[in-house]
Write a protein that binds this ligand. Sequence first.
Ligand code: KMH
Ligand code: ZN
Length: 280
Amino acid sequence: MARPSADAEPVIVTVAPCGAEVTRLQNPAVPYTTEEIAAAVAEAASAGAAIAHLHVREADGTPTHRLEVFAEVIARIRERSPVLCNVSTGGAIGMTIDQRMECLAAEAELAGVETGSLNFAGEPFVTSGDDARRVIAAATDHEMLLEAECFDLGHVAEAARLQEETPALRMVNLVLGVPGGAPATPTTLQAMIELVTPGTLWTVTAVGRHQWRMLAFAVLLGASGVRVGFEDNVYLGRGRLAASNAELVTQAVDLCALLGRAVATPDEVRERLGIGARDE
Ligand code: KMH
Ligand code: ZN
């Protein structure tokens, strides 16, 4: 059985504050600079987020892979908040795998690893088996734990195979609704959950207009976590733009409360992952 009982553990809320593709044309509150991203993450953490899934931008909003920008945003977050940092090695469409891996030297606690390829909203987004193993090896060298980013059913199966090779791959994020990936439907989510290795923390991301009902379904099914933030959806509901990432986190926390589940603190997540407390 891959999942804990529905009300067993507090829900881990991850905030994905800016992603790589969303812009201020979609929502003027999308943070771009390291200062803006760090402030958004800290505010989201105060609202209940325990993990921040991080992409970074140049000041004009262009997605960047530069290590110094990742290092700066993490340093700024750590000045403000105990939230765990999870750097994306998905990067942005068009980045090479070497560029996507630069962030692994930024001293985050966690890294994402793609466990397969897809046409991401029509664009090739390629991660070979060798690429995934390189990410895992480099992250392990940096003493990081990993979260598999699974955009389709086969990616979940591949994550399970990779877990047989590496104990550091401790979380899977089941992503629904990206055009070209798994559709945001209850049956799809249940099929993905069936493939999660027992004992793995599994979180659910759903993008766009199907987000909130799919997150509700995930919470009811006993998900270890859910993800919200401007990377996934800039709306609180139909036609209601969110004013901030924190507002999206607050809605996720309220959803969990409505469905009878508490949310996890960063310290609780550290304990569940076996990560020591952060030195101040
Ligand atoms: N920006 C997308 C092409 C991840 O962070 O792992 C990929 C992405 C996935 O956002
Ligand atoms: Zn991402």
